[in-house]
Design a protein around this ligand. Structure first.
Ligand code: EPS
Length: 388
């Protein structure tokens, strides 16, 4: 199995990810990772920072001549904005006088709990790492994970299903490639032109009043084999791992699979996906996919469908009540440059997180040290399932 860590501050020199456990023999194309990084930067409602950055990955270990070698892969992404922050983010104690300490915590952000926990006098020491800028590194890790899934025909796609109170319809039964084409063209990553207009209006209205918007994104994965994850132990359940990873995203507040929370309100007979058998292809089939592609902590072989709810961003240009941490006087939350809405980007980020968790579960099941070994294990398992 793989593991990874990210490091880096939002206005520091670089963001870094180190991925351990990547097997050898996989084609690694940095252009594919950069494509995802560029997708993460887009979306109506983003602030000024994205006009400064041009996120691109530099792989500095673990890849040679376009292939993984089995050694740790280190990816570095430069923060172009660092040139404007060099002194304020300096590691040299002689530059301390350059800091303009942030002392008014924003309700909703990591600011207050962060300074209390780490005993810090400048909220910047918290917000720099709590920032969603960190997700740049996670999208790079997801871009790598997709290149593990790709040779096995597993495809992961994230898109937006609602922003604020506007719900976008996603056409039922639409082919994944078509859904990708439509949502990638949309400024807010939806498959519903009318909803797109309403969302853009809502973002504009929030910008006018100094407010922010949250939303819900959906991630689907096609081509999964049955049996990733396991029912035998709590921390091996695929849906639990996905939920953990998705809830670790900045501003994430909830995760649901398939019919999700609505399933609690219907009868069992209306929910569970009835089983059939196709003798021609020797496959068990499902008449519906309300489960969202997992049962008992394992993939069913049906498409995975998971949604994540994100709260509105906590930097408000019309700030809420707060207290100055130094003087303890009444104040309003600090104003930092931020986005009105980052949900279109959140869809790309959630997609990356799902790709990583699926790749890891895939390696856990079919693991080996090379693509050749993994392919052999995978094909053997598919034959076993077919012959069942
Ligand atoms: C982000 C970069 C940040 C913000 C946003 C996400 O850039 P800056 O702070 O320089 O404007 O746009 O971060 C937040 C919303 C947050 O609360 O930290 C990015 O690269 O996604």
């Amino acid at each position: 199995m793989m593991r990874f860590l990210t490091a880096g501050e939002s206005h520091g020199p670089q963001l870094v990810a180190v991925v351990e456990g990547m097997p050898a023999g996989f084609q690694i194309d940095p252009a594919k990772i950069n494509h995802d990084l560029a997708r993460r930067q887009k979306g109506y409602g983003r602030g000024g920072r994205m006009a400064i950055e041009r996120d691109e990955v530099r792989i500095v270990s673990g890849v040679r001549f376009g292939q993984s070698m089995g050694s740790p892969i280190t990816m570095v992404i430069e923060n172009l904005d660092y040139k404007n922050w060099g002194k304020r983010m300096s590691i040299d104690p002689r530059d301390r006088g350059e800091a303009r300490p942030v002392t008014r915590p924003r309700p909703g952000h990591a600011d207050l709990a962060g300074v209390l926990k780490y005993n810090l006098g400048d909220i910047r020491d918290v917000l720099e790492r709590a920032s969603a800028r960190e997700t740049t590194a996670r999208v790079a890790v997801g871009g790598l994970a997709r290149q593990i899934l790709e040779p096995f025909g597993i495809d992961v796609l994230g898109y937006v299903v609602s922003i604020g109170s506007v719900r976008a319809k996603t056409p039922e039964g639409i082919a994944p490639q078509e859904l990708r084409r439509i949502t990638e063209q949309s400024q807010v990553r939806v498959a519903d032109a009318a909803a797109e207009c309403a969302i853009i209006e809502e973002i504009d209205a929030c910008k006018q009043t100094g407010d922010t918007l949250g939303g819900v994104v959906e991630v689907t994965a096609n081509g999964l084999p049955v049996g990733l994850g396991s029912y035998v132990q709590w921390d091996r359940k695929l849906d639990a791992r996905l939920a953990f990873a998705l809830l670790s995203l900045q501003a994430a507040k909830g995760v649901e699979f398939g019919m999700g929370f609505e399933a609690a309100a219907v009868r069992g007979s209306q929910l569970h996906d009835e089983i059939g058998y196709d003798a021609a292809t020797r496959h068990f089939t499902r008449l519906s996919n309300n489960s969202g592609g997992t049962e008992g902590g394992m993939s069913t072989g049906e498409p995975l469908r998971v949604r994540v709810a994100f709260k509105p961003l906590s930097t408000l240009m019309q700030p809420l009540h707060s207290v100055d941490i130094k003087t303890k006087a009444e104040a309003v939350g600090a104003i930092e440059r931020s986005d009105v809405c980052a949900i279109p980007a959140a869809a790309v980020i959630a997609e990356a997180v799902v790709a990583y968790e699926l790749a890891n579960s895939f390696l856990e099941k079919f693991g080996g040290d090379s693509l050749v070994e993994i392919r052999r294990n995978y094909q053997g398992y598919l034959e076993q399932v077919r012959a069942f």
